[in-house]
Design a protein around this ligand. Sequence first.
Ligand SMILES: Cc1ncc(COP(=O)(O)O)c(C=O)c1O
Length: 414
Amino acid sequence: MKLAIKGGKKSVTFPHPHFSWPLIEKEEIKAVTTYLQSRKPISIDGREGIYKELEDTIKKYFGVRYALLTNSGTTALHSAFFGVGIKPGDEVIAPTYTFLATVTPIFHCGGIPILCDAQTDTGNVDPKDIEERVTKKTKAIVVTHMLGHPVELDEICQIARRHKLFLIEDCSHAHGALYKEKKVGTFGDAACFSLQAQKIITAGEGGFLITNDREIYERAILLGHFRERCRQEVKLPFYKQFVDTGYGLKYRIHPLGAVIALVQFKKLDKWIKLRRETLNYFSKKLEGIPGIEPPETRTYVDRGAWYGYKPKYKPEELDNLPVQKYIKALQAEGVEIHKPGSKPLHLLPLFQIENDRMYGFTKKTYKRGDFPKAEKYYESILSLPTFTLPPERDIIDQYIEAFQKVANNIKELV
Ligand SMILES: Cc1ncc(COP(=O)(O)O)c(C=O)c1O
């Protein structure tokens, strides 16, 4: 069959977009309307009402002592770094391949992000590289379970214990993901989740922090939840004197966001199951098609929320066709495919330029070539829709036709 880019018929006939998220269903709409009609507060100072309900749901889901809602995953991460006591000059080891917000809040505690390389198959942080970067100044490690795939937690928890470092998990892609049957977010000293609109469950904008540590929890409250919440819950003798001001920022989630997130939380496990089945179907069908390799998932993990579907391009199987030509041919077939947006952090100006006019703290700068495995992983991946719902299998079948057709006709493209 003739390629669409050469004037042939498109493989994918479904109209765009092929995937749309978040899923706002009638329950969310009803919950928000009912909340507003009943004149419940749209600003809440303490741990009560919808905040209490959602935090209790989160605590139960993860089996943890404390949960703190925030207005974003970014502020949850800032609260976690502040919570464990990162201060000027402390080094925090962090993946170069992650979303920027895993790392940028470290700057706002005066900490120095020490980036490290990735594993070339999952894109997750490489535990060996973490250990090599531990110094006397290291205070914490932050990891991201990229695209829902848990990092190598056995090794990383051991490194943290061995060097007496705090471990913070960024679980923004990994709600409900499992490492050896245990939920991610329950391995480190604190874990942060985003509830932004692209995440499997959402508040529109929002996030939360979970921990079993009283001091981390109280410090996180003090950072972003002054007055009532501090008065209610800050009990440690030293911190009690600051309850009226907290430490001065305001990181509260909007109550209506919390209303939406509570409804969504109840559907989390159902959506994880659907997404797992649908993306496994996609991966199975992609297997064996030259030029494309489904994402690697280790046998001892479950990706939970998944967040994104990013298979690898294998140009060596397609006469070394440049990736942009491959993408163009597939897009012409109607496939929604592109290069992922989030580059490894060391390739971005904030991590390369010494004088960034931010605070003037010392920072470590990086350049291309510093993390070859992360660069290689990033260069190899492609972004496809995170198909989730059963009817989307019909679209997947057409995508498979498109991938096969492009592979069959590669001679016309090189
Ligand atoms: C890995 C990771 N961490 C943190 C965040 C920040 O979350 P938010 O956008 O809610 O601030 C994101 C958002 O996409 C993310 O992907």
